[in-house]
Write a protein that binds this ligand. Structure first.
Ligand code: PEP
Ligand code: MN
Length: 340
């Protein structure tokens, strides 16, 4: 960060800035120009609030951040792609992953049938919520531990690793006993205790972007997980709230291409929540890979009309199967493949 002093700043004004830096164990390097002095701030940990603090100091004209605040998840200090290993499947490598399954685990028959179908059509992991964060408390909130047991059964039958959401810090230990990937939902992206708790497990974490989270807030949330010594974070863009109401959310593919540029973490896209409509899932899934995503996560239900959550955006197994050949073609056009 640099602090640009006003041309009429006094020695005392500069001293006050340096003193504040010292309080944070940071150093200030002075550059005396013809017109004004610039203070270069150096140190391992520049508090995110420092910029705002210094901006109101007497004699300060402007502050500019020159390194990004997400040190561990940014590419600046870590130029190479991180590859997250999920039971031998590489997320973030040359091959793209396809995670598929129902929004929620509803019954043994439903999850086993879905798992078998998506596996047959080429999915690489199975998704399904056992703990559902629902906007209304009067809707289906998941089967809880029974849901986790059914997911484990589906994994045993199909070999597909399981991705499932954990919604509260006290459930992390339980969910981590079953899950291969711990999903942090959009509504919990800024639940910092939860982020630290999943960080401590060391397990792969799929971190969804919050409904109204900026790009930077999303990466800073990933920072919480990585700061616990867990580098296995998969970023997931799932659509954000905008003025547009024609679709459930606005899938921000800008953020996908930007995340690939600014961060070394793998990035996947959820076009199911991103659009809210099953017939928009395929086009946006294709667009996601074209934008550089390392994979997609798709809701698939054997009978979407009777799904207990998110039926409108769920593909039938047949529609899922139809999406796979064009998805392979886009991956190939990008010089990539799908995980076999
Ligand atoms: C889900 O994956 O079913 C889900 C609840 O997603 P999100 O957190 O993105 O809304
Ligand atoms: Mn859902």
């Amino acid at each position: 960060m640099i602090v640009i002093m006003r041309s009429n700043a006094t020695a005392d004004h500069i001293e006050a800035v340096l003193e504040r830096l010292q309080e944070y164990e940071l150093k200030g390097h002075l550059i005396h120009g013809e017109e004004r002095t610039i203070v270069g701030v150096v140190g391992a940990a520049i508090p995110p609030t420092l910029q705002e603090e210094l901006e109101v100091f007497d004699g300060v004209q402007e502050t500019l951040r020159i390194t990004r605040p997400y040190k561990l998840t940014g590419r600046e200090f870590h130029p190479h792609d991180t590859i997250v290993d999920v039971c031998g499947i590489k997320v973030g490598g040359n091959a793209c992953v396809v995670i598929a399954g129902p929004c929620a685990v509803e019954s043994e028959a439903q999850i086993i049938e879905t798992a078998r179908a998506v596996r047959e059509y080429g999915a690489t992991m199975l998704r399904g919520g056992a703990f559902k964060p629902r906007s209304s408390p009067y809707t289906f909130r998941g089967l809880g531990e029974l849901g986790l047991q059914l997911l484990a059964q589906a994994r045993a039958e199909t070999g597909l690793p399981i991705v499932t959401e954990v919604i509260t810090p006290t459930d992390v230990e339980l969910v981590a006993r079953y899950a291969d990937v711990l999903q942090i939902g959009a509504r919990n992206m800024q639940n910092y205790q939860l982020l630290e708790e999943v960080g401590r497990t060391g397990k792969p974490v799929l971190l969804k972007r919050g409904l109204s989270a900026t790009f930077e807030e999303w990466l800073l949330s990933a920072e919480y997980v990585v700061a616990q010594g867990n580098p296995n974070v998969i970023l997931c863009e799932r659509g954000i709230r905008t003025f547009e109401t024609a679709t459930r959310n606005t899938l921000d593919l800008n953020a996908v291409a930007l995340a690939k540029r600014r961060s070394h973490l793998p990035v996947i896209v959820d076009p199911s929540h991103g659009t809210g409509k099953w017939y928009l899932v395929q086009p946006l899934a294709l667009a996601a890979l074209a934008a550089g995503a390392d994979g997609i996560i798709i809701e698939v239900h054997p009978d979407p009309d009777r799904a207990r959550s998110d039926g409108n955006q769920s593909l039938t197994p047949e529609n899922f199967a139809r999406m796979m050949p064009p998805l392979r073609a886009i991956a190939a056009a990008m010089g990539r493949s799908l995980v076999a």
